[in-house]
Design a protein around this ligand. Structure first.
Ligand code: AMP
Length: 411
């Protein structure tokens, strides 16, 4: 027996309704915010992610599913959505459709990570990307869009963390200071942080190793080094969030895993999820479009992890009944049942009947198992008089209706 690859999941009917509900809410909310769906390929040329995400990121260094195709080209299963959307934005000249261009995507992502609860090798993200404006109102908008989805889902205790990581004008100065401070504390850092101190010093700030924390607490804060433009931008994002009554916590250690961010970065956390408690995050990336070969274009976006978001919702959702109507055929009434089944479905009811020659008692049991709201009972004597019975499965009440008119009885 071959089993599914490590770190992947089969989404089964007893859970997929949660996904569908979340996806529906996402689509409705995106429509309210005027974001439009884009679907890009699941694999791209490897270079796109190397250039877009940065060589010294965890994803590019060790987590990509990269393979040579039969033509000898290096391809990679997308580990995240932004680089592909940026590529598609440039390649399809979407800037010509009018700025800002507001896009969203939903789909599987692939990272070769060590699987654990809430961390998979194939997982799913919903994300939005907004191109063509450097206005802080759009940073706030993507945050509010995510916030609004978490709120409407009923996900409890979602915390929004906010920071600014500056821009190519002010960050280099900070990085110099940071590197100096890291050098002084080299002996108090884990191996990974020592390496990161050279290759990607910002990432040391979000190291989770307990032993590194005292040293990290002493490191300089990026928010003390922001240039006027970045400070002003950050201030405006915060004041718009206040205007919209969005609660946030500032965290000067929040840096996010990817190189492309500028200015605003944010993350949504749900403490109760344990180690994998980030349910989404994002930020501004004003340099990425140019990096990938387009015109200089400011942009901002975020991505939400679908699996973790569903975990955060827990059991607070009620599943809709599987069927509105179950048709119970007594004796030799199967043809009549088939006719009524088609009629019910043609009229938009979710309808089912027995296909296993069950006894009448077992048919009712099956109707209960499917949470049917009504049973249409077809007995040979009643049918001979063009009559049927309709049982309300909630209160057990039965009424007799004409065979030609029972649909009206339901409505
Ligand atoms: P990132 O692109 O790393 O910022 O991820 C955005 C969101 O995707 C995270 O906040 C998680 O909710 C989710 N996510 C990232 N990696 C994984 C993974 N390996 N398994 C499940 N969810 C993930």
């Amino acid at each position: 027996m071959i089993s599914r690859p490590k770190g992947t999941n089969d989404l089964l009917p007893d859970n997929i309704w949660r996904w569908q509900k979340l996806e529906q809410l996402i689509r409705e909310e995106c429509a309210r915010f005027n974001y439009h769906e884009i679907r890009t390929p699941i694999f791209e040329e490897t270079g796109l992610f190397q250039r877009g995400l940065g060589e010294a990121t965890d994803i590019v260094e060790k987590e990509m599913y990269t393979f040579d195709d039969k033509g000898g080209r290096s391809m990679t299963l997308r580990p995240e959505g932004t680089a592909s959307v940026v590529r598609a934005y440039i390649e399809n000249n979407l800037q010509g459709t009018g700025l800002p261009v507001k896009l969203y995507y939903l789909g599987p992502m692939f990272r070769y990570e060590r699987p654990q609860a809430g961390r998979y090798r194939q997982f799913h993200q919903f994300g939005v990307e907004c191109f063509g404006s450097s206005e802080p109102s759009l940073d706030a908008e993507v945050i509010v869009l995510a916030y609004s989805i978490y709120t409407k889902l009923g996900a409890k205790n979602v915390q929004l963390k906010l920071n600014s990581i500056g821009c190519p004008n002010c960050r280099p100065k900070y990085l110099e200071k940071l590197k100096e401070a890291l050098k002084e504390r080299r002996d108090s850092l884990c191996d990974n942080c020592r390496k990161r101190s050279e290759t990607n010093p910002l990432r040391v700030l979000d190291c989770k190793e307990k032993d590194c924390q005292p040293a990290i607490a002493e490191l300089p804060r990026i928010t003390d080094y922001l240039c006027d433009e970045c400070r002003d931008h950050y201030g405006k994002v915060k004041s718009i969030l206040k205007l919209w009554n969005v609660e946030y916590v500032e965290d000067s250690r929040l840096v996010r895993g990817l190189d492309y961010y500028t200015k605003t970065v944010f993350e949504f956390l749900v403490e109760s999820l344990g180690a994998q408690n980030a349910v989404g995050g994002g930020g501004r990336y004003d340099g990425l479009v140019e990096e990938i070969g387009g015109e200089p274009t400011p942009a901002v976006g975020f991505a939400m992890g679908i699996e973790r978001t569903i975990l955060a919702v827990g059991d607070s959702w009620q599943k809709d009944p599987d069927v509105d109507l179950y048709i119970v055929a007594i004796g030799d009434t199967k043809d009549a049942a088939l006719t009524q089944l088609k009629l019910a479905r043609d009229h938009g009811l979710k309808a089912e009947m027995d296909h296993l020659n069950r006894s009448v008692k077992a048919q009712f049991k099956q109707a209960n198992r499917l949470n049917a709201k009504y049973c249409l009972i077809l007995g040979p004597d009643e049918l001979a008089n063009n009559l049927v019975k309709l049982r309300n499965m909630q209160d057990g009440e039965e009424i007799q209706l004409s065979l030609n008119d029972w649909l009206g009885g339901i409505k």
